[in-house]
Design a protein around this ligand. Sequence first.
Ligand code: HPA
Length: 277
Amino acid sequence: MTKAYERLQKCYEAFRAKIDFQPKVALVLGSGLGDYADSIAVEAVLDYHEIPGFPVSTVSGHKGRFVFGYVGAVPVVVMQGRVHYYEGYAMEDVVLPARLMKLMGAEILFLTNAAGGVNFDFSAGDFMMITDQIASLVPSPLIGPNEERLGLRFPDMSQIYNRGLCQIIREAAASLEIPLKEGVYIQLSGPNFESASEVRMCRILGGDAVGMSTACEAVAANHMGMKVCGISCISNLACGMTDQPLSHMEVQETADRVAPLFKSLITESIIRMGKED
Ligand code: HPA
């Protein structure tokens, strides 16, 4: 057994000792969405501190707990706060929560984030459903000995974002009359925002939105055979696309402003996912 798996198993045992709940959907909340967890029908809460060896975030505005409950009739586990590679954690730590939620029973990983718009057709406040990603500018979370119990050494990545789930999100957005952009998410390490030239690089490489999370989690989840989907809140146009310097405050303010719409899109999408199988 690899060290990573041993650790994961310990986390799972700590969860199992405290919580009796099997989620279908695992939802990761990005900036501005933290209080979504308070709006679900909560059954149980597990603070990250209660799980030995679990990575805990240092970013302000990120809480640190799993919330278990129901969105409509769908059992969900919600991650209120995630850890980022730029905090200094190893990729193995960054993806441990996603792996743990799979062990809890979640079949679907629903990733959300705030991201910079790279595509000139985007505006601050837009939502972009992620259709594919570029993760190759940060280390793969699968580097190191492979744990066969998790997945294959060389896993396929031809459909990282599950097409069926993407279609459900499209239909959910249409039913709520929420405009939905689509595109490729590109993950950079952060924590600094990009230079204007790096943003141009992202565009040339095929990115539509740039951020500091998500893609590595999607790789780890695909490795484990989870179905993955994701939505970015375009909190700002990326560096060089406007005259203004970027700040975390701007990211937070836009994310907070559109959070009510974002939440209704997530709720409608999850309810529809619960009807699939
Ligand atoms: N770049 C990277 N990450 C981000 C941005 C950005 O412009 N906005 C929100 N997260």
